[in-house]
Every structure is written in C-alpha cells, then in structure tokens.
Design a protein around this ligand. Structure first.
Ligand code: PEP
Ligand code: MN
Length: 337
C-alpha cells in the first residue's frame, strides 16, 4: 500500500500516523520527492482501513500496490535511485562503464587491463575472482588471490571494483570490494540474496537466464527487504531458441524496468551475445534505449583468455567503443531535452 501525503504535512499528525502503523507491524518506507512525500507500507496491509487513512488531513491519496515487489517498486519510490560508488555514481543521468576481463588471471593482466580501460573512459573495473563455470574442469578463478589483484588494480587506477560473489562463505572476503555482483546462475539463491541484503555494499543482480522481470525484481526485493537499498539490475541476455548467439539480449528490459522500478539498469552485451563483433552494436543500442550503464569484457589477449575470450574486446577496440558510447549518451540527453 502507498500513502501519498499532502505537501508539507503537519509533522505531529505524520508522527502519530507512523506510530499507529508501526504498532500494526507495518514497515514504513518513506520517499521524499520534489512534490510529495510517499509512505510505502510493507507488511500485512490487508487489515488496514484504506478509507480511514484516506480521510486523514495530511493524506492526499492511498493506493494498494498489487505487485509482490514493494521496495523495488517505482510506486514506492518515484524518483530514480542513484548509487554512489567510490568517486563515481550509478544512475541519475550518468553512463557507468564497467569494463575488464571475465576472470582475473594475474596481477599484471588485471592491472594492465584496468589502466587501459580507465584511459578509455571506463568508470569501474570488472573481473571475476570466483567463477561460475559450466564445466568443473574449466578454470574456476583465482579466488581470494584474484580479489587481492583487483584491489591492486584499484589502487593503481582509482577505479572501483565489481566482482562476483558465488557463495555465502566467501562474503567476509568481499568487505573491500565496491560492488558485489550476483551472477545469473545465482539470481534466485535466496540465502545469498538475504546475506547481501544484510550488509551495506551495493549489489548488482544479473538476470537469471530464464527469469521473468517479476522474478528478477523479487530477487532485488530480497536484498532490499534486508535493509540494503543499493541494488543495481543487470540484463545479460536470456535463453531463447536461438543458438547463434550465446543468449538473446532483451533490450525491452530497459523501458520495462524503468516503468516498474526506480533501480539503475546496466546492460551486459558481452554475455548476452558471446561474440566480440556484436558487443558494439548492442552496447550502442542499449545506450540509445536509455540504460544507466554497461558491463563489457575486455582482455589484452582474447585468444589466450582463460574464460570468455570470444566475447572479449581488445583494449583498442574497447577504446573506440567507449568514445562512441559517451558521445551517443551525450546526444541522447540532447534528444530527450
Ligand atoms: C560474469 O559477469 O563474468 C558472468 C559469469 O556473468 P553472468 O552471471 O551474467 O553469466
Ligand atoms: Mn564472462
């Protein structure tokens, strides 16, 4: 349920309304906007008398929210969420560019790639230390050592790091990372979602390969229900009947999520296509469609990459793409004005 308050409500009346709701075990999510303040009510609201609340002096409107996701719902929080990460921000009209290798392979590799992508305009460094691989015989990542190398790369470049958490037991190792990534395969690992909801680092949830928008938003809701509101959604392609591409990029996710949620939206054209020549057109398409940022795999020697070489861009190709993305992002702002 949402309660839209009148402009500049009487504070004493507001406090007594909140107290009354809290006594009924309702959690209140307050969103202060330019025009109105909205109280998002979470809990068993079925017994609340909607007419009684609507009749209060300070209340402009009361609506039931049908969707099962509440905290993630735009109705609860009409303004876009903006997340500060290190010296950069995600959302709020900026274009976040997360770039780096699929996996951290060595200190030299990740530092060299970090320096290259930073020079091209990337705002964050990506790199997996714990890798979810389809085959148990494939490279599984450097683990804790990989996280150390990412931190060295952050020190050298100033780029905040985003890296995947695969298992609850790894969480203590993630206290120094900037954004925790929950991979597509773990999108519905509810224990993992609860755990990252009880800590305060921003969490980026990649869409499960067969997840509906609602299932994906419910995963965000798990994190937010624990108290962590800094959630980012990343579309990385879904499974369809097409086998030419690794997955099928769902660009409609951008306007759909924009309508349903206030959370920032990142597009990953690398895992969505699996092919390096498709990364540029789809990244440009994503910027034109209004995403808040991209996650792109970059490797200095794709032919010898330990993971995802075929979809990785060489630094010089990424450089040309990053320039186009920033230019297009500026043009889109003009078009929308
Ligand atoms: C990744 O980002 O390296 C990754 C494994 O992505 P996804 O979970 O989208 O497959
Ligand atoms: Mn990868």
């Amino acid at each position: 349920m949402i309660v839209v308050l009148k402009h500049d409500p009487n504070q004493a009346q507001l406090e007594s309304l909140k107290l009354w709701l809290q006594e009924k075990n309702i959690t209140i999510h307050e969103s202060v906007g330019h025009a109105n303040t909205i109280l998002g009510l979470v809990g068993d609201t079925s017994k609340l008398d909607i007419d009684l609340i609507a009749a209060l002096d300070i209340v402009e409107d009361v609506k039931r929210v049908q969707e099962p996701y509440k905290n993630a719902n735009r109705k609860f929080h009409p303004e876009d969420t903006v997340i500060r990460v290190g010296n950069t921000q995600i959302g709020g009209g900026t274009l976040t560019i997360m770039a780096g290798p699929c996996s951290v392979e060595s200190e030299e590799q990740v530092v060299a790639i970090a320096k290259a992508v930073k020079a091209s305009g990337a705002t964050m460094l990506r790199g997996g230390a714990f890798k979810p691989r389809t085959s148990p015989y494939s490279f599984q990542g450097l683990g804790a050592t990989g996280l150390e190398y990412l931190k060295v790369a952050r020190e050298e470049t100033g780029l905040p790091i985003v890296t995947e958490l695969m298992d609850l037991s790894q969480l203590p190792l993630f206290k120094d990372v900037d954004v925790i990534q929950i991979g597509a395969r773990n999108m519905q690992n509810f224990d993992l979602l609860k755990a990252v909801g009880h800590q305060d680092k921003p969490v980026m949830i990649k869409r499960g390969m067969s997840a509906t928008y609602e299932e994906w938003l419910m995963s965000a809701e798990y994190v937010m229900a624990g108290g962590n509101e800094n959630v980012i959604l990343c579309e990385r392609g879904i499974r369809t009947f097409e086998t030419y591409t690794r997955n099928t990029l769902d660009l409609a996710a951008i306007p759909v999520l924009r309508k349903l949620t206030h959370l920032p939206i990142i597009i990953d054209p690398s895992h969505a296509t699996g092919k390096n020549f498709l990364v540029e057109p789809l990244a440009l398409g994503a910027v034109a469609t209004g995403c808040d940022g991209l996650q792109i795999e970059v490797h200095n020697d794709p032919a010898h990459a330990l993971c995802d070489g075929p979809q990785s861009l060489r630094p010089e190709v990424f450089d040309s793409l990053a320039r186009k993305l920033l230019k297009l992002h500026g043009m889109m702002k003009e078009v929308e004005e």
